[in-house]
Design a protein around this ligand. Structure first.
Ligand code: NAP
Length: 456
């Protein structure tokens, strides 16, 4: 069975779900199209807002219930799961509140005639989403698009089926009509069939480069727009005038949040010579203080990785890096004595340009440490990556920070903090990190028809 909850803390299979067959899939596609044509596109913003606001309120009321499902299925520390539930509710509220102004008709200053651009929904959208933030990822896609009048169908990651169902039920309970939000337990072959289906107007994927390429290629073949939110290997630059303690604090949270399994986690620590030794010493001490344990227990500070396979992949990357000359400063092994997929917090250094690790994303608590002579070398190294998602710059001179940020080839740069995600900050990348934006005013513009109407 493809969709399965397996507790990453103890490896126990908790629940399994059958894939739907093609006939059931067709029924769901038909229902989604009918909902769009007959109901949802005709609702005003106030009616859509009522549904999303109610969903946000229900999420907050039942934070514990929603959070425990995240921790059960993908192993996140319970306090971080609660944070994710609250952020997801905030995104629902944000679009409920602001969609109408984001999509307001725009009168144009034209040389001749009377012209206006109006935004209208395009129809049924399909999202393919990852497990690392099981609600946040789908809310980023669903909330703006539902408010815009589109309807959405989602294939969630196969290891978080209970979160997938919980979110579908939430919207139903909040008053969304049948077909407005549809969860799909489908195979990868069926993903292709959904993209091929005439009723699907556009596709959004968050996940790996491999999955992004498969899905975007299929969408392109069908002349359908896609957005891709893919991986990253964000640089964390520490300049010689940085506040060292603050930089270390953010380095720890930037690398260790979600057990390191975030696309915008800080992954490459690029520190100017003058601070490099002191940074490394403090960073190492802080990472050695993490304690593995049950992620449901509030005392635990180190959660397991999402699956045994995720741990195997990460250990394989560390071994490969070492075999190509990297040096392990701390960690590098699985944590013994635990049944879950626990990885020791790890720092690797001496990573040469020809080391495969130099270009890879490490999806777990493994930090790559680089020492550079100056700011220019830091920027050059930050940009020497196939990815272009986010990044951080630490300096006490904010204007200098902004100058450096402008030279970094990514979709987001944070000065004096690790990456953060908030409803009103645009999220997305360039290069192999994908294209398109989610969140903020930008996120609601991706899948609407910007229609020109001109008089005269
Ligand atoms: P993944 O394997 O690409 O999975 C993501 C989604 O794509 C899942 O629903 C998965 O389904 C599906 N999928 C995978 N291969 C597919 C295929 N050939 N055809 C159709 N669907 C396919 O990614 P992951 O390993 O779970 O997630 C980690 C990656 O996502 C990292 O690279 C991370 O940086 C990136 N990410 C990016 C962002 C962002 O906003 N930029 C956010 C979070 C994560 P199954 O589960 O059934 O395989």
């Amino acid at each position: 069975m493809a969709y399965q909850s397996t507790n990453p803390y103890n490896g126990q299979i908790v629940k399994s779900f059958d894939d739907i067959d093609d006939a059931q899939l067709l029924i769901k596609l038909t229902a989604a199209q009918a909902c769009f044509d007959q109901v949802w596109r005709h609702k005003g913003f106030a009616e859509r807002k009522a549904v999303l606001s109610r969903a946000a309120a229900l999420m907050r009321e039942r934070t514990q219930e929603f959070a425990q499902l995240i921790t059960l299925e993908m192993g996140k520390l319970i306090a971080q799961s609660e944070g994710e539930v609250k952020l997801s509710a905030a995104i629902l509220d944000y679009y409920a509140e602001h969609a109408e102004s984001f999509l307001a008709p725009e009168k144009l200053n034209t040389a001749k005639g009377d012209a206006v651009v109006e935004s209208s929904p395009i129809g049924v959208l399909f999202g393919v989403e990852p497990w690392n933030y099981p609600y946040y990822q789908i809310v980023r896609f669903a909330a703006p698009n539902l408010m815009a009048g589109n309807v959405v169908m989602v294939k969630h990651a196969s290891n978080v089926p209970q979160c997938a169902l919980a979110f579908e039920r939430l919207l139903e309970e909040a008053g969304a009509p049948a077909g407005a939000y549809t969860n799909l337990f489908i195979t990868k072959d069926q993903v292709a069939k959904v993209i091929d289906d005439d009723r699907i107007r556009a596709v959004a994927l968050t996940g790996s480069e491999g999955a992004g390429a498969v899905v975007a290629q299929r969408a392109g073949k069908n002349l359908k727009k896609s957005t891709l939110e893919l991986g990253g290997s964000d640089a964390f630059i520490v300049l010689e005038d940085a506040d060292l303690d603050s930089a270390v604090k953010h380095a720890v949270s930037g690398r260790m949040g979600n057990s390191g399994q975030a696309c915008t986690a800080s992954k490459r620590f690029i520190v100017v010579d003058a601070l490099a030794d002191r940074f490394l010493e403090k960073f190492q001490t802080a990472l050695q203080g993490f304690e593995a344990g049950d992620p449901m227990d509030r005392k635990t500070t180190l959660a397991p990785l999402s699956s045994a396979q995720a741990l195997k992949t990460l250990l394989g990357q560390v071994d490969e890096a070492v075999s190509h000359g990297a040096r392990i400063v701390i960690g590098g092994q699985r944590i013994e004595g635990q049944s879950g997929a626990f990885m020791q917090p790890t720092i690797l250094t001496d990573i040469a340009e020809d080391n495969p690790a130099y270009l890879q994303e490490f999806f777990g608590p493994v930090a790559l440490f680089f020492r550079v002579p100056d700011e220019a070398a830091a920027v050059a190294l930050a940009n020497d990556s196939p990815f272009g998602l986010g990044g951080s710059v630490f300096t006490q001179d904010v204007e200098r920070g902004k100058r450096v940020a402008r030279q970094i080839d990514t979709g987001m740069v944070f000065i004096n903090s690790a990456a953060v995600s908030m409803p009103d900050l645009p999220f997305g990348g360039v290069k192999n990190s994908g294209y398109g934006r989610e969140l903020s005013g930008a996120g609601i513009q991706e899948f609407v028809n910007k229609k020109l109407i001109r008089v005269g």
